[in-house]
Structure formats: C-alpha cells, structure tokens
Design a protein around this ligand. Sequence first.
Ligand SMILES: NC(=O)c1ccc[n+]([C@@H]2O[C@H](COP(=O)([O-])OP(=O)(O)OC[C@H]3O[C@@H](n4cnc5c(N)ncnc54)[C@H](O)[C@@H]3O)[C@@H](O)[C@H]2O)c1
Length: 258
Amino acid sequence: MQNNSRFQDQVAIVTGAGSGIGGSTAKLLARDGARVLLVDINQADVEVVASEIREEGGTASVAVSDVSIEEQVQRAVAQAVSEWGSVHLLVNNAASFVQKGVDATVEEWCKPWKTNLLGAALFTRFAYPFMRESGAGAIVNVASTSGLAGEANYATYNSSKAALLLFTQCAAVDLGLHNIRVNAVSPGVTVTPGLRAAIKRSGSTYEEFERTWPEKQCLRGLCQPEDVAQSIAFLLSQDARCITGANLVVDVGLMAKK
Ligand SMILES: NC(=O)c1ccc[n+]([C@@H]2O[C@H](COP(=O)([O-])OP(=O)(O)OC[C@H]3O[C@@H](n4cnc5c(N)ncnc54)[C@H](O)[C@@H]3O)[C@@H](O)[C@H]2O)c1
C-alpha cells in the first residue's frame, strides 16, 4: 500500500466505483489516506473493490445507489456523513454509455442525461453543504473527449458530457464563494470494462482495437484507469489549489492530432 497522506482525514465519495476509472480512483484516494464511500448500482462489483481497499489497510464503505435517483443520492451522502462526519471530496464518475444519434428515443436520451449530468448535479447539491461547513472542498466530474466534438451516432452520450463540462464551470462559479473547487477530467480512450463492452457492441475485438486505435493519438499505447485516477487525485489535492472550472484532458494526445 502506497503511504502518501495527502488526503488524510478527508472523506471522499466516488460514484461508479465498482469498475474501471471509478474503482481505480477509489483505491488511489484510500491509499492516500481518504475514507472513501464507494457508490455504484452494481453491488457485487463495488463490494469487491471495497474489500480490496480494506485488504490494503484503507477505509471504505459501500452505498448501492443509482446516481440519477434523488432519494438514493441524498441517502448515500447522509451515509458518508453519519459514518465519518463530513464530505470533503467528490468524484462524479458513474456513466451511462447509451450512444445514439439523431433518431434516439426519449428513453435513449434520458438514460445518459440522467446518469451523466443529473447524477453529478444531485451529488454536488447534497454534498457541497458539508464541504462549505468544513471550509473547503473539491469536486471532479469525469467527462470525456466525446464531449468536445461531434461523432456519428453518439449524440445522446456526447451531448451529456458536453453539458457536464459546462455544469462544471457553472458549479465552479457558484461554489467558489465557499472555497470549493470544481473541475473536470476528460479521458480519451481508457482500457476499462466499459470500453471493452463498447468495443464488443461495435462488432469489433479488443485485439483489433489495440492494434489500430493508437495511430489516432500523439503517443502510442493506451491509457489505463490508474492514469486517469492520478489526474483526478491531482485535481482533488492541494497541488491544484489554484485550479477551478478547468477541464484536464487525459487522452494520450487524441484531441491534439488531426
Ligand atoms: N473508458 C473510456 O474509454 C472512457 C473514455 C472517456 C470517458 N470515460 C468516462 O469515465 C467514466 C468511467 O468510465 P469507465 O470506462 O470506467 O466505466 P465502467 O463501465 O467500467 O464503470 C462505470 C461504473 O458506473 C456504474 N454505474 C453506471 N450507471 C450508474 C448509476 N446510474 N448509478 C450508479 N452507478 C452507475 C457501473 O455499474 C460501473 O460500475 C465515465 O464517466 C465515462 O463516461 C470513459
């Protein structure tokens, strides 16, 4: 177990912590001293990540909650406060990957917007009063390079991430008054169970993807969840104390290359 204490005595909530980037972030924050509430709709997966944290000597609790349901979000925040007294750090990472174009149905629009935007907004709303009470706080919203440009048949997902980026800036304005920083991290392609499922849905294989995709990036190689977790942790830490309303793109140079 890494013994960095940059988040000692801090209480963190990470949504979508049962897999991929959320799981890696929860582990990193716990290694760096935070007590972490892991939120996910998938109980089996999130319990595994929480157990791994405890085995490493970290402090973790689980809330099985859907980020898009107000009462469940309120209950999850209350759980962190009742267990550990406050909330200082929040990572809005859970996402729906419904990717449809202009023919999307109402349901196909609602799923990603409710999970990716409303979920982040609800957690922010219920968590920030505790950050304000303790004099400071930091929030990171996990957006995507998909929120920075158009793509065929991705309108539902990409627009939800673009909205999340603007929500990040608006929340940074509102919460700056209370010494709470709000930033976004926009991963490019990152090797997670979510990515593997998307490749499968597209009819391709991971091996083919691994062979062809890196040519689109400035650097070869693919981003791992731990790489994104490091950027999230940086923005949550005091090293980023002058950064708010920003979007840190972690994409191996995908957006830089034409
Ligand atoms: N993997 C990538 O290539 C990539 C690229 C850009 C952005 N992102 C973003 O990074 C974040 C994490 O992605 P990932 O690839 O690690 O995903 P993942 O599918 O591996 O994990 C997502 C987790 O969120 C949980 N979740 C989904 N809906 C939820 C809900 N309504 N309430 C609570 N939990 C819910 C899932 O159960 C799962 O455990 C997402 O915001 C995603 O949009 C990922």
